[in-house]
Structure formats: C-alpha cells, structure tokens
Design a protein around this ligand. Structure first.
Ligand code: ADP
Ligand code: ASP
Ligand code: MG
Length: 432
C-alpha cells in the first residue's frame, strides 16, 4: 500500500503484554502490504522514573549526562519490541536516534533537529526488515554527544522521519481514540474530533494538550504530512491532522470517514498544569523597566507565555509585572531576576506554582462574535476566579487556581455545547 511511520507512546508499551500487543499490530500492518518504520517511546513512566533517579544523586545534573541517562529508556523499548516482532516471523532491527540519522544541535534537553539522514533505515526497508527507532533522541552535529528533543519528543522523531522518508502518513498510537474536544482524562464527556487543522492543533498543543508534541505539528505542517492520531488499544479510526478540512485529496487513501462539511467553531478546550506565575512586585513605572525584566528572563533561556502589567499605583509610581513560564524554569527565572534587582530596583518576587492555564481554541472564533462572552460567563458561573487573560486570533487563555482546572474545563466544554452523549475511553497510561 504505502510507507507508514508508526509511533507508539509509552502507555502503549508499558509492559511485556503491551509490547506483544504492539508487535502483533505492526506485524498485521506489514502483512497488509505496507512498508513500516516504527518509532517507540520509553516503557510507561520510565522517563519520569529516570529523572527521579537522577535527582536523587544530583539536584542539578549536567544536561549531557541527563540526556545520556534518559535515552536509555527508549533503548530498552526498541530492543524488546524488535525481539517480539522477530518472534512473529518478521525481521525487525532496532536503531538509536543517532543510528537512524536524527542529527540535532547541542542544546541538551531541548535539542532541535538540524538534519535527518536515515540511510540505515532505508537500507533496512530495502532488505524487507522493519526498522524500530528509539524516539526522543538524536546526536549533536557539533559535539557528537547524545541529545534529547524535549519531553514528549518521540512524536517529533516520528514526524521528522516520516518527512525524510516521504511516508504517506505518520501514525501516532496512544492511549485514547484520537484527539478530543478536551482531555478525556479530566472531561469524560469530551467529544471525538475526526479531523483538525495543523493550526488548531498547534494552538491546542501550545495550550497544554500533550496528545501531540507542539514541534511535531509545526514540522508536519511544514511538510504537509498528514498525522493520524489513534489508539493502539482499539481498531477505531482516530483523528487526522491536516492543512485544510475541505481538501479530501490527502485523505482518500487513508480514511474511511467521508467528507466533513462544516468546520466546527470550537476545536477544543485545553488545560496546562505545568506553568508557574511569577510576579515582580513594585517595579518603578519608567521606560525600559519591562524590557530589562524580560531581557533577563530571555537571557536565561526561559520562554515566557502570558504577560500582564498592572496599572501603576499613583502614590508609589510603581507597578507589578506578572508572567507565566514552565514550572521547571521558575527557580532559574527568579535567579535571573535577582541579578537585576539592584538595577531595576523592584521590591520583591512572588512565585506561584499552584496555577492552571485554561484555553479555548477554534478557527471559527475569528468570525463568530460572542465567543468570549460565553467563555467568561461559563467560568464565572462555575465560581472560578480569573487571574490572567491572553488571546490570539483563534484562542482565549486564562490563568486560574490549579484546583479549579477540572471545574473550569468541564464548564466551558458544556457551555459551548461540546459534551458528547457517551463517555470517552481512556485505555491506559497514568496521565503523568
Ligand atoms: P503517549 O504515551 O502515547 O505519548 P501522552 O500521554 O503523551 O501519550 O498523550 C496522550 C494523552 O494526552 C491522553 O491520555 C490524554 O490524557 C491527553 N490529552 C490531553 N488533551 C487531549 C485531547 N484534546 N485529546 C486527546 N488526548 C488528550
Ligand atoms: N519518553 C519521552 C518522554 O517521556 C519521550 C516521549 O515519550 O515522547 O518524554
Ligand atoms: Mg506523548
């Protein structure tokens, strides 16, 4: 039929039974006449367990060594999966990211792919073998050290390989039946979304829907490569991520579901519990102060997301500047700010880790008035307090207390009429 790159996430290969189930699925795909390249994540929560182990021996391990440690997780799963497939009568060969030609820059923990040279994968395919590639890892072009692509990065390995190999589709196998209108783990009434555009999926991923890695969607968009997100625990058709929902040409060979005539106004509600909120208190209200603060944070290599500056208090002539950043970077951000404390002359720094970011995403927002009104009424009726607000053309995000996340997501989901009749199935995983 065609060339399929199939990626299996950690929850799909959590134990020996999972490995055997996935091996059978790959054998079936091969038997149906496809060429298959497999990308696999570490088993279950192995990556988290390895991070915990590292933290027990060193509070701040060097990036090079942490990457070397974490890539061991994917080495285990690729080797055992290859063994299981070989027992089913097909030749499977495992490859590390480096062997598969995933060439990156040298920023440990968040390396960027600079080249993909999958010579050994093509050779395996020519010899009718099934290549099994360790996800989430590569090798630095300059230092030749082993790197990782960032948490959830196996999705990116799969899409990058699929693009380099001119695959027909990149299949992402996970523990739910595709992309839903909210995380089925906290919103059981989440509705299955049969198709979604790259742009909407990028906004959802950036807003915390970790079902797909943000950079993998960006990469797929650049190469116009369809992604099919589906469950490894069921045979149901999942969700296709494509450029244009009205363009049937890409899906003719891939999907049994016919045309979807009307694009819904709302694609989904996402939540993110991974951020912290940092407030720089008592910043003198003078030109250049915000620039100094944001420069210091940027120089520390930290991505800020939402930013708010309060109206200055008249008597003091001072204001508060608040921003959000990944929780793991909060301590580093505080340190960077302390370094400019004397120059900027602010009063204090307040770090709050108990926040959630809740976002509503939909391309239809552009042309439908009243979306914001419905959104804020739903949150208010649920008794949830809004601490920060930001918007893009197709997204509204707010910061709330972390404890309010489920309440806010389900309220917004209902208010936009997204609730499904049945309950969404979560087949596995711990949601960690
Ligand atoms: P894997 O181990 O396969 O990489 P992940 O845990 O990274 O799986 O991603 C799958 C999970 O993403 C689901 O179990 C679900 O809890 C979560 N998720 C968050 N938002 C969504 C959404 N909108 N649709 C589907 N799943 C979502
Ligand atoms: N094992 C890695 C992680 O847990 C990569 C992945 O699963 O995509 O982040
Ligand atoms: Mg994932």
């Amino acid at each position: 039929m065609g060339l399929i790159v199939a990626k299996f996430g950690g929850s799909s290969v959590a134990d020996a039974a999972g490995i055997l189930r996935v091996a059978k699925r790959i054998a079936d795909t091969k038997r149906a006449g496809n060429e298959v390249v497999v990308v696999v994540s570490a088993m279950g929560d192995t990556t988290d367990d390895l991070i915990d182990l590292a933290k027990q021996v060193s509070p701040n391990p060097p990036g090079r060594e942490l990457d070397m440690l974490l890539t061991a997780g994917e080495r285990i799963s690729m080797a055992v999966l290859a063994m299981a497939i070989n027992d089913l009568g097909f030749e499977a060969r495992s490859y590390t990211g480096s062997q598969a030609g995933l060439i990156t820059d040298s920023s440990h923990g968040k390396a960027r792919i600079v080249d993909v040279t999958p010579g050994r994968i093509q050779e395996a395919l020519r010899e009718n073998a099934i290549p099994i590639v360790a996800g989430f890892q590569g090798v630095s072009q300059d230092t030749k050290d082993i790197t990782t692509l960032g948490r959830g990065g196996s999705d990116l390995t799969a899409v990058a390989l699929a693009a380099a190999l001119y695959a027909d589709v990149c299949e992402i196998y996970t523990d739910v039946d595709g992309i839903f209108s909210a995380d089925p783990r906290i919103a059981p009434k989440a509705r299955h979304v049969p198709r979604i555009t790259y742009d909407e999926m990028m906004e959802l991923a950036a807003a915390g829907a970790k079902v797909l890695h943000l950079r993998c969607v960006e990469y797929a968009k650049r190469f116009d490569l369809p992604i099919h997100v589906r469950s490894s625990f069921s045979d149901k058709e999942g969700t296709f991520v494509i450029a244009d929902l009205n363009d049937q040409s890409k899906l003719k060979k891939l999907s049994k579901v016919g045309a979807i005539m009307e694009q819904p106004i709302i694609a989904g509600v996402a939540h993110d519990l991974g951020d912290a909120k940092i407030t720089v208190v008592g910043v003198p209200d003078r030109p250049g102060m915000a620039a100094a603060i944001f420069q210091a944070v940027a120089d520390a290599g930290i991505n800020m997301d939402m930013i708010v500056q309060n109206v200055s208090v008249h008597e003091s002539g001072a204001t508060d500047v608040t921003f959000t950043c990944p929780r793991g970077d909060a301590a580093k951000a505080e340190l960077a700010l302390r370094r400019i404390e004397k120059d900027v002359n602010f009063k204090d720094i307040d770090t709050d880790e108990n926040i959630a970011k809740i976002s509503l995403v939909g391309a239809g927002m552009r042309s439908h008035p009243g979306v914001s009104a419905t959104f804020f009424k739903a949150i208010a009726d649920a008794g949830v307090n809004v601490e920060m607000i930001s918007t893009s053309e197709i997204r509204i995000s707010v910061v709330t207390r972390a404890d309010d996340a489920t309440k806010a997501v389900t309220a917004i989901h209902s208010a936009f009429g997204l609730d499904a009749d049945g309950e969404a199935v979560v087949y596995g995983g711990t949601g960690r």
